[in-house]
Design a protein around this ligand. Sequence first.
Ligand code: 6PG
Length: 232
Amino acid sequence: MDIRKAPDPHALARQAAEYIAERIAAVLSQREHCHLALAGGNTPRALYALLRGMDLSWSRLHFWFSDERCLPAGDAQRNDTMVKEVLLAGLPLPQAQLHSITAELGPEAAAQQYTKELSHIERLDIVLLGLGEDGHTASLFPDNSALAMQNRAVPVHHAPKPPAQRVSLSLNCIREADERVVIAAGKEKREALARILAGEEVPAAMIGEAVWFVDEAAIAGLCGEAPTQCQQ
Ligand code: 6PG
């Protein structure tokens, strides 16, 4: 488990932004486009603000979403609303390069539509994910039936983190991506990280090999306890 430790959330955002920019450039040195799935929640805000200020060959980027909440389009609590405000505001990104999840249609219809849209690419290049306090990632929650579903995008019901209805990339889709990057900040994520380092099978541990960017509050006292690479 490749853990990159930052002293605070701002340093975490900076380190993750530099890493993601580097990985995007690596993809674009091999291919015409880079398909990047974006994490929701609050942690990525600072990261997206930094990426917005970087020269990322934007015209060759396709933005997907790791998950979306089933709320009306434009709702402030939707993940794509935050991305449009923080990462993409003022960017002349063609609509065809922003692949929002039509979660306002409801979990089943939106998951079916997103799976179809994802079928047009071989795989995602980079999937950016957050970590929930219970070990969830994207909208894949512990013991939720969505974990076992095989399609690339899956409907989520009874999510313990509101709203209860969501759409998520499946474990399969996350695992088949070329690269996974997880970001986690704050002491409220420490318990989930401890369980992952202890080898517990929580969704965020099931995604396979990933680069983890964590801040000191989330990892304090944990790095020494596990056979893991824990870079400063
Ligand atoms: C969501 C996210 C979810 C998030 C984690 C962490 O829609 O809520 O996709 O997976 O990444 O819950 O959220 P925070 O970054 O806000 O702590």
